[in-house]
Design a protein around this ligand. Structure first.
Ligand code: F3S
Length: 395
């Protein structure tokens, strides 16, 4: 990979150890994937934040990287969800040992200049690239969103690579950064109208089929941004989709020669219904309904508030989101309505990266196919998949 004189000096340690180690990662990646050079980025989103997933080794790596203070993120960079609500972990019942470690991890990232905006939907709260910007994001659902809905360009980075890119302000130029790699190779013709959790079921089916491919959807009804984040999260979890197009909706749909794509798949109401049913793993009662995967938008919180207003929830309810979205929900009175019904808006974390298996829960109700896919494998708990109205039980 070609390096400028300045980049070579970074590799040689002339800008300090943090930058040298970061360049090591970027150059190795560039060489593996045949990148021609590094390209400037405007944004980074760094995963590998929960103590549950990175543990002591991850914490030590971050503290070591930050040790000489020689390198900090040079561009807009934010964190993925940690394993706790950073402020209200005690009230919500998170284990103390875990919360202490979790805060050390987030502090270590902050020492490297990564904002404590802990969310998998940074595009809702200030980390919003422009169309065609090169970025380095690592949360898979966010990568799908930033490529597909915003039209910025990111590979599915690992946490350390996104961190290195944030510090250097560059990433290797290959893969989804290049126009020729952003064309669809499968047309998905959906013959039924979709709503709510149907979008997750659709993403789950197609992700499994297409793996790392690029699907082009023809839909009967126009999805909103919440539908698209649900769809992308599912595509990126049952498969490894980083980019999809939706006809007449996403910004690059017109760059595809759809008529030349030979692989066409038809999805009917029957497949959506069967997939929805298959994502439920138990017929036991739900003890925690967990919404906000990917992290909830203000509109989604508003919808839940309207469902629970004036009622008493029988099972527990968490709506996971960022601190910024919750602050607005507080001002709008949604938080008060949800809390009066017995639910909680939980900041920063989510049902997959939190240690919910240590908190006495057994059956989790979710409206996200990504969560339905990961809660059994990462938490060892059962899930019930459905729409908000079916999951929440009232007294
Ligand atoms: Fe976000 Fe957690 Fe889902 S990181 S996409 S809420 S699994």
């Amino acid at each position: 990979m070609y390096l400028t004189k300045e980049e070579q000096e970074m590799c040689d340690g002339e800008y300090g150890e943090t930058i040298r180690k970061s360049m090591d990662i970027l150059v190795a990646l560039g060489d593996i994937y045949g990148a021609s050079k590094l390209v400037d980025i405007t944004s980074a989103q760094v995963s590998g934040v929960s103590y549950k997933t990175i543990g002591e080794a991850g914490l030590e790596y971050l503290q070591d990287l930050a040790q000489d203070g020689s390198g900090k993120a040079t561009i807009n960079a934010s964190l993925n969800p940690p394993g706790t609500d950073l402020d209200n972990w005690k009230e919500l019942g998170f284990p103390e040992y875990f919360a202490i470690k979790q805060n050390e991890i987030v502090d270590a990232y902050a020492n490297l200049g990564i904002a404590k905006t802990c969310t998998c939907t940074p595009y809702l709260v200030g980390n919003v690239p422009r169309f065609r910007d090169h970025v380095s994001w690592s949360e898979s659902s966010a990568v799908a969103y930033v490529n597909s809905v915003i039209g910025a360009r990111s590979n599915r980075e690992g946490g350390p690579a996104a961190l290195a890119a944030a510090i250097v302000g560059k990433t290797p130029l290959y893969g989804f950064h290049l126009d020729q790699n952003r064309k669809a190779n499968l047309v998905v013709d959906v013959t039924t109208e979709l709503s709510g959790a149907d979008f997750g079921a659709l993403g789950y089916i197609i992700g499994k089929f297409v793996g790392g491919g690029i699907p082009y959807f023809k839909l009967q009804n126009t999805p909103n941004n919440n539908n698209l984040k649900t769809l992308g999260a599912a595509l990126a979890s049952s498969g490894s989709v980083a980019l999809y197009h939706v006809e007449d909706v996403t910004p690059e749909f017109n760059n595809n020669h759809v008529e030349e794509i030979e692989d066409i798949m038809f999805i009917t109401d029957k497949e959506i219904t069967e997939t929805r049913e298959s994502l439920t793993t138990t017929d036991k009662e739900i003890d925690l309904v967990c919404l906000g995967c990917p992290h909830a938008s203000l509109e989604e919180i508003k919808e839940v508030a309207s469902v629970v207003k004036g009622k008493t929830i029988k099972n527990k309810l968490w709506i996971c989101t960022s601190v910024s979205v919750k602050a607005t929900a507080d001002r709008m009175g949604y938080t008060q309505i949800i809390e009066a019904a017995g639910g909680n808006i939980v900041c920063d974390t989510c049902m997959v990266v939190a240690p919910i298996e240590e908190m006495g829960f057994e059956v989790i109700g979710v409206n996200s196919a990504k969560a339905a896919n990961y809660v059994p494998s990462m938490c060892g708990l059962d899930v019930v998949y459905g729409d908000v109205e079916n999951l929440i039980q009232f007294e």
